[in-house]
Every structure is written in structure tokens, then in C-alpha cells.
Design a protein. Structure first.
Length: 290
């Protein structure tokens, strides 16, 4: 039986090694920059009209394809070193055992994904703090944004908006419900990416895993830009990173977009399969490469 104490300690070590390295700091810094340019026009617009917004603008954070692409690439970069094999790793595996080590890496991916998504949500609160209101209702301002954003921009003269407040989200969710659903989907999506990298790192190589992650990013870019013109929305069924933007999910179950059930099932099953595959693959590795 795996020792819980060892796994907990290994997860702590993984966080200590990765949370403050240059790569993670770079991702955090870029996330702050994207958040600033994404949320500040919204805050200025709400202040111009003396309106408040619910603390859920995070729901629409990835509605612009450039922000979605950055997030997808950041998800790959975040876990690019998850199975980095060096002297410290060898020492850790020898002391803890392969079983505990690979289980700890899987748990680390899930927890780090949650930390990353939570960080993005906290950024949304920081940059919209002056206009935050109740989470109980969308309010007339957000509803008008979903229906007539052009008029708001023309009247105020405040441009640079990249957040798209989708009417379908306003129609199908309460603010709290939309926030929970967006957090769930993004956490599952980032975890899916991390587990995929973990799996391919175990059975092939880290370089292949990162390259495959780049392929998924490219598919997401293509699916949300040129792919729409060439293949329509059907390509979104094969582009899991596109689902980080919950506007790309079909809540009316028309079949044009992936349904919520399809998205949650696909990501959950994928995470489980990658985790099991990583465990089996790593347990059968004969040696750790230097």
C-alpha cells in the first residue's frame, strides 16, 4: 500500500521546486499583464456608468482568442517540468519509491491546476475591485453588456474591450453558478493538459509531451479562428483547450457545439486514463535517465 505521508511530502516538494522557479514566475507575470488589459476596460466602463458588477467577470476572461491562446500555452508550460529527471529526482525516487512518487506527481498536477485557476480568479477580483457588487444577480449593467456592448462603448468612448459577455451564459446561469462552472471546466482542462504531459513524459519523453501539448494549443487556435470558417463549430469537439472558454459549450444541446455533459465526461475520463497510464508506464520504467 502507498504511504500517504510520503505522498504528501512529495507533493510538498514538487510545489516547493516549481512554484517559485523562473518558468512559473514568468507565467504569473504574463497572467497579470493579460488580466490588466482584459479587466481594466470593463472596470472603467462600469465606473463611467456608476454601475457595479458581480465578482464573476472571470467567467468571461478567456472569451478573446488571444487570451485563450495564452492560457492554453501557459497550461503546457506550467507542467513542462513535471517529470524532469535529474539527480534530485533520482534521490527522491530511491528514498520514497516509484509508486509514491508517480502518485504524488498526479496529485501535484491536480492541485497545481486548482492553484493556477484560483490565481486567475483572484486577479479578476483585484482589477475589478472598485466596481464589485453582489454575486446574487447579474444586474442591469451586465445584462446590457451581453446585449448591446457596442452602444456602451460608443457612448462612453472607452475602447479596448476583449471580454465578451455571452447572452447564453446570462440566460442559463446565475452569477454564482456560472463562476462555479467556469472554475470547474478550467480546472478540469488544465488538469487534463497536465496529466497528458505526465503520461507522455512517462511512456515516451518530456520533449514529446511538450510538443504534443503544443499541438493541442495549435488546434485550439485553429478551431477558434480559421477552423470556424473552414469546418464550422464541429472542430471544437476535438479541441479540449477551446473549452476553457465556456462560451464554446452548447447549453441548448443543439449539437452545434460540445454539450456540458460531453465536455465534463471527456475531460474527466481523459484525466483518469492519463493518470492510470502514467502509473503503469512509470512503474515499468527500468531506469531514470539522467
Amino acid at each position: 500500500m502507498p504511504e500517504i505521508r510520503k505522498i504528501r511530502r512529495l507533493v510538498y516538494i514538487s510545489f516547493a521546486r516549481h512554484i517559485t522557479n523562473r518558468k512559473t514566475i514568468l507565467i504569473a507575470g504574463m497572467a497579470v499583464i493579460f488580466a490588466f488589459y482584459n479587466y481594466m476596460p470593463l472596470t472603467r466602463l462600469a465606473m463611467f456608468y456608476h454601475e457595479n458588477i458581480p465578482p464573476v467577470s472571470f467567467v468571461f476572461h478567456l472569451s478573446h482568442y488571444l487570451v485563450l491562446c495564452f492560457h492554453a500555452a501557459a497550461s503546457v508550460l506550467l507542467f513542462a517540468d513535471v517529470m524532469k529527471e535529474d539527480g534530485f529526482t533520482l534521490w527522491t525516487v530511491i528514498r520514497s519509491g516509484k509508486t509514491e512518487y508517480i502518485l504524488a506527481q498526479s496529485l501535484y498536477v491536480l492541485l497545481m491546476s486548482a492553484v493556477y485557476v484560483l490565481f486567475l480568479y483572484l486577479l479578476s477580483l483585484v482589477f475589478t475591485l472598485p466596481v464589485l457588487g453582489s454575486i446574487k444577480e447579474w444586474g442591469p449593467f451586465m445584462k446590457r453588456m451581453s446585449q448591446d456592448m457596442t452602444s456602451l462603448v460608443q457612448e462612453s468612448g472607452i475602447s479596448g474591450h476583449s471580454l465578451y459577455v455571452a447572452p447564453v451564459i446570462i440566460r442559463h446561469f446565475t452569477p454564482a453558478g456560472a463562476l462555479l462552472f467556469a472554475f470547474l471546466i478550467m480546472w478540469l482542462d488544465v488538469s487534463f493538459t497536465g496529466m497528458m504531459i505526465l503520461f507522455f513524459s512517462c511512456v515516451i519523453s518530456r520533449s514529446f509531451a511538450t510538443a504534443f501539448g503544443g499541438v493541442l494549443v495549435s488546434i485550439a487556435i485553429f478551431a477558434t479562428v480559421s477552423g470556424m470558417l473552414l469546418f464550422g463549430t464541429r472542430l471544437l469537439y476535438a479541441s479540449p483547450m477551446s473549452w476553457n472558454n465556456i462560451n464554446n459549450i452548447d447549453y441548448d444541446r443543439s449539437g452545434a457545439y460540445p454539450s456540458p455533459e460531453y465536455v465534463v465526461t471527456f475531460l474527466t475520463v481523459g484525466i483518469i486514463m492519463f493518470a492510470v497510464g502514467s502509473y503503469i508506464g512509470y512503474r515499468h520504467k527500468e531506469a531514470i535517465k539522467g
